[in-house]
Every structure is written in structure tokens, then in C-alpha cells.
Ligand binder design. Structure first.
Ligand SMILES: [Zn+2]
Length: 225
């Protein structure tokens, strides 16, 4: 399904929402504005890496309070070498961290990532879609983050022709930027602060088949270019 929809309209009925991300900061960067706009939804953030990170883990908890969300962290390998993870292990950790299997909406990484390039983002996006296909998790809709950085040409930007695209108000963006710089403590001149998108976008899927077809089509396009 294509066309611009504003999350404030879509989310009125979507109450139980799981956000499944790689790192403490991904929830804020890629959907923090959407979360801030909808404090009445039941947000649960599963962050798969950095549970034992003495710096980031406590900050993640503070951010959850600001975003009015519950959440949990896992300890998937996140070393600098970014070795590819076993697909089954990624799926197992997701299932272990989610408090239940059924949601109105799941928001997660794109299997193509949000910038060039972080393997964990891509692996997690793929694992969530695979779990949905195998009926290990249920959701009425899945939103994959829709961002790209022009192959490192610029900081990640929301994709305008994604299913859902919303430009944030200055207030909401400033709150997002404050979380990144003051709560997580990233430098204002650093990658995270400079990236913090002013618009948020998502690819929306209503069933796993559509998500997998989209994945195949994109992979073919990527090979051709
Ligand atoms: Zn990340």
C-alpha cells in the first residue's frame, strides 16, 4: 500500500506497539517523534544489543521514561567487527525479549538498513519479518523504517515516497534532538545528533507476504543498480 498517511491518524486504533531495534538510540532516531506524538499507545521497545553497556543501558531506561514506553534490552554481539550473526540466534533473542507474541503494530529496522551501513539493523529487520511469516509473532501491521543516506552522500533522510511520511513539528524534533544529545549524551557535532531526522517515514505492510515480496523486489533493484 502506498500513499502518504500521517501516523497521528493511523495510530489512533493501534494500541499495542512493539518497537524492535538494534541499539539504544535507534528508537529515538527513527521513530522517536512518532512515539512522542502518541504517548497514549502502549509502547514496548525491545533493544537487542548493549544490555551490559554500563553507559548506554541506564540511559536507555531514562529515554523510555521520556517516551512513556516500557522496554527491555538484550545482549546480541555488537562488536566493532560486525560479524554476521546466526539468523536463528537473532530470532531467538527477539522472542525471548518480547513480553507477548501479539501486537497491533510492530515497528522495526528495514532489512536494507537506515544508512550505509549497519549489519545489525539489516539482520534484525529480516528476522522480524521471518518471525511474522512463521507465525511466531503476530501483528496487524508492520512498519519498517524508511530512510536512506544516498550511499553515505548525506545524513539519513526519511524516504518521501514510503507508505507513511511525516514531517515533525519543531518542538517534537527538538525533544528528539535533546534526547540524543542530553540524555544519550552524543555530541552535537557527532553522527547521531547530525542524523536525527526531521521527518519520519515507514514502509507499511499488512501481511508477511507483502513484506517478503517487497524485499525480493528491492533486492533485484539493488542488484541492477
Ligand atoms: Zn543502531
Amino acid at each position: 500500500m502506498k500513499g502518504i498517511m500521517i501516523p497521528s491518524e493511523v495510530l489512533t486504533k493501534e494500541k499495542n506497539i512493539a518497537v524492535i531495534v538494534a541499539h539504544p538510540d535507534d528508537e529515538t532516531l527513527w521513530c522517536g517523534g512518532t512515539m512522542l506524538l502518541h504517548p497514549d499507545c502502549n509502547w514496548f521497545v525491545a533493544c537487542l544489543c548493549r544490555k551490559n553497556d554500563a553507559d548506554r543501558a541506564p540511559k536507555f531506561k531514562k529515554v523510555l521514561e521520556i517516551l512513556k514506553a516500557e522496554g527491555i534490552m538484550g545482549n546480541l554481539d555488537d562488536g566493532a567487527r560486525q560479524r554476521r550473526l546466526d539468523r536463528k540466534a537473532v530470532k531467538r533473542v527477539i522472542l525471548e525479549l518480547l513480553p507477548k507474541q501479539s501486537f497491533n503494530l510492530i515497528i522495526t529496522h528495514s532489512p536494507f538498513g537506515e544508512y550505509t551501513r549497519h549489519l545489525r539493523h539489516e539482520e534484525i529487520g529480516r528476522a522480524v519479518i521471518a518471525l511474522w511469516k512463521d507465525k511466531k509473532i503476530k501483528t496487524k501491521k508492520l512498519w519498517a523504517f524508511a530512510y536512506e543516506d544516498g550511499n553515505k552522500e548525506y545524513y539519513s533522510q526519511a524516504i518521501k515516497d514510503a507508505s507513511i511520511y511525516q514531517t515533525l513539528s519543531q518542538d517534537i524534533w527538538e525533544e528528539k534532538h535533546r534526547i540524543i544529545t542530553e540524555v544519550y549524551g552524543f555530541q552535537k557535532t557527532g553522527f547521531e545528533a547530525k542524523t536525527t531526522p526531521k521527518s519520519e517515514a515507514f514502509w507499511e505492510f499488512e501481511n508477511p507476504k507483502d513484506a517478503l515480496n517487497w524485499l525480493d523486489k528491492k533486492e533485484i533493484e539493488n542488484k541492477e543498480t
